[in-house]
Design a protein. Structure first.
Ligand code: 9MR
Ligand code: 9MR
Ligand code: ZN
Length: 564
């Protein structure tokens, strides 16, 4: 007994300290990118070794980079092997013989990441049969086809046909705020950096139809969102079951009644954003569909005009008998502003520009979090990029200066952080990795606006952090890297015999607020925000997957895929 306890203690100690020794991007680097490696044990020199031949191809010295990194507590030695340009598969070895996980250097290193991270959205499709041909082990019968019931708060009775769209996350809920936000983020990425988003062969039913699979997949969500718009233009906030069920529930076995809750202005504004974008983007491929999107956007905007104050007052809260995700936001002004920008770009009517100009100074322009609840930066960068010659020059100069300040701040942050992330203690909230990538995207777009190579390198570097160059020595994208997140919180894992997950999902990541009992059990009293993560199905607050998190991963992968 005593012996097994001490072994248990030992295993636990090993588990706690089994984080970064030599941390690299476990997928790889484009030949011309900066390449850094981080040692959390003291190291003086290192070699890059070719994986198959064990031949040393590069040698260098390390430098002491950070002592007592505030996010991880690590003391980190850093080395630069950017000069190694030769395509191949490698690992890093310290002078003491410790080895890193392997990685590649080549031009198409992000191609598969793009294909798979996008294809996760197909895997999340609801209301349609997923064929083995496309979904493999995740094939299943069509799910959630029953008509949904109006919640009494809607003051409506009876049912509504709202099948389709993507399951939100590890749960089967479908939420307009997050669904529309996710597509809107991906459309922004696509419009800024279209080159890498063009493939038509990622292996979905629409592949080969002459339209990029990216747009086909986005359309699947848009088709569902139409059904969630009421006759007056407003959007029902969500359709879910009353409460989350057990984790072993396969989609096709989920028969609990689905409930539609009240309309909200936040959902309506997010919908206006994405329908205005779609009206523009789809014009070239399907005029009729594009017009349908435009009409829906106009109807939504009318609802917003008729309801200038947030509905419901103080934002949506779950009714007493509903316990699923809330997507609660007390402030819908940033969503309305983004809608105004996209409406202006699509319809070119000055009233949208006027709305933007009058209201932009009311909101926090570059808040501490950029995510589904705080979207102002997306409104601003899209406005600056596309409304160059219209509107108030002074205002635009002010916004450009604010954007530049944000980029300077982010650049400093990655220079101060042990693993060069953009997050600081306090930012490691639920979905932290996606916050990091959102910061990175605004910085990346800034790099082009300001023609600043330092910004560009820092922004590109964020993919390294996500794919393994971090304090946990973990790739946070399933199936990508030798030590990748695998025991994720997603009910579709129950479709496989061994609780596997499809490759290409980004997990939530370290969550210093310890918002589930697995995290609390392990990390109570911690002082290492960046390490509060568990590769465990029980940890929904750090290891769930979610469409808005994958949205910004797709944007990053699409951008990098286009660089080759
Ligand atoms: O599976 C649910 C996940 O999608 C949510 O993000 C999370 C927090 O709201 O809740 C999960 O569901 C759990 C529920 O909250 C408590 N009972 C166990 C459920 C499955 O682990
Ligand atoms: O992403 C959401 C995060 O910002 C919130 O803190 C968290 C708790 O309210 O909910 C997250 O969203 C979950 C949603 O409510 C239900 N589906 C799963 C989402 C990701 O965990
Ligand atoms: Zn479903």
């Amino acid at each position: 007994m005593k012996k097994s306890i001490s072994i248990f203690v030992l295993i636990n100690i090993l588990a706690v300290s089994a984080f970064a020794q030599i941390a690299v991007n476990q997928v790889g680097y484009l030949p011309n990118s900066q390449k850094f490696v981080y040692f959390s044990n003291p190291a003086k020199s290192f070699s890059v070794v070719e994986k198959n031949s064990d031949k040393v191809v590069f040698q260098g010295k390390t430098e002491l980079w950070k002592s007592d990194d505030p996010s991880t507590g690590h003391t980190i030695y850093k080395a630069d092997f950017s000069e190694l340009l030769t395509p191949g598969n490698y690992y890093i070895k310290s002078e003491k013989g410790e080895k890193s996980y392997t990685f590649a250097i080549n031009n198409s290193v992000f191609n598969e990441l793009y294909n798979k991270s996008l294809k996760t959205f197909y895997i999340q499709r609801c209301g349609i049969k997923l064929d083995e041909k496309y979904a493999g082990k995740f094939a299943h019968k069509a799910c959630h086809l029953n008509k949904a019931h109006y919640h009494s708060d809607t003051k409506k009775t009876g049912t509504r046909e709202v099948s389709g769209g993507w399951h939100d996350a590890g749960d089967y809920g479908r939420y307009i705020v997050n669904g529309a936000y996710s597509v809107a983020v991906m459309f922004s990425g696509y419009e800024f950096f279209p080159d890498g988003f063009q493939s038509d062969d990622i292996g979905i039913p629409e592949s080969g139809n002459g339209i990029p699979d990216f747009l086909d997949e986005m359309r699947y969500e848009l088709e569902w969102m139409f059904k969630m718009q009421d006759d007056d233009g407003g959007l029902f906030h969500k359709v879910t079951e009353p409460a989350f069920q057990t984790l072993d529930l396969k989609p096709e076995n989920d028969e609990k009644p689905q409930i539609i809750v009240i309309k909200t202005t936040t959902a309506t504004a997010d919908f206006a954003v994405v329908m205005a974008q779609a009206g523009r983007i789809f014009k070239k491929y399907d005029k009729k569909f594009a017009n349908k999107c435009k009409k829906a956007a106009l109807k939504a905007w009318k609802y917003l005009e008729e309801n200038p104050n947030i509905i419901p007052e103080n934002g949506f809260k779950n009714p007493k008998d509903i316990h699923t995700g809330q997507y609660d936001d007390r402030d819908d002004r940033d969503e309305r502003l983004w809608a105004a920008v996209e409406m202006y770009r699509t319809f070119k009517k000055n009233k949208y520009n006027e709305y933007f100009k009058t209201n932009i100074k009311e909101v926090n322009l570059f808040p501490n979090e950029i995510a589904w609840r705080d979207v102002a930066p997306f409104a601003i960068i899209n406005y600056i990029k596309y409304a160059k010659n219209s509107g108030n020059r002074e205002l635009k100069q002010f916004l450009i200066a604010e954007w530049k300040n944000f980029c300077d701040k982010m650049f400093l942050r990655q220079n101060n952080d042990g693993y060069q992330a953009l997050l600081i203690p306090g930012d490691y909230r639920w979905g932290s990795l996606q916050i990091n990538l959102n910061f990175g995207f605004i910085l990346l777009a800034g790099a082009y606006e300001f023609e600043n190579n330092n910004f560009k390198n820092a922004a590109i570097g964020q993919i390294n952090f996500i794919l393994g160059a971090n304090g946990l020595n973990k790739s946070f994208v399933t199936g990508f890297g030798e030590n990748a997140a695998s025991k994720v919180h997603n009910r579709i894992c129950s479709l496989t015999n061994n609780w596997e997950i499809y490759p290409g999902f980004l997990v939530g990541g370290p969550n210093e607020n310890l918002e589930d009992s697995a995290l609390r059990k392990k990390f109570s009293g911690h002082n290492t925000p960046g390490l509060c993560y568990l590769d465990s199905r029980d940890s929904y607050a750090s290891n769930e997957t979610c469409i808005n998190w994958n949205a910004i991963l797709v944007v990053y992968a699409g951008y990098l895929n286009g660089l080759k």
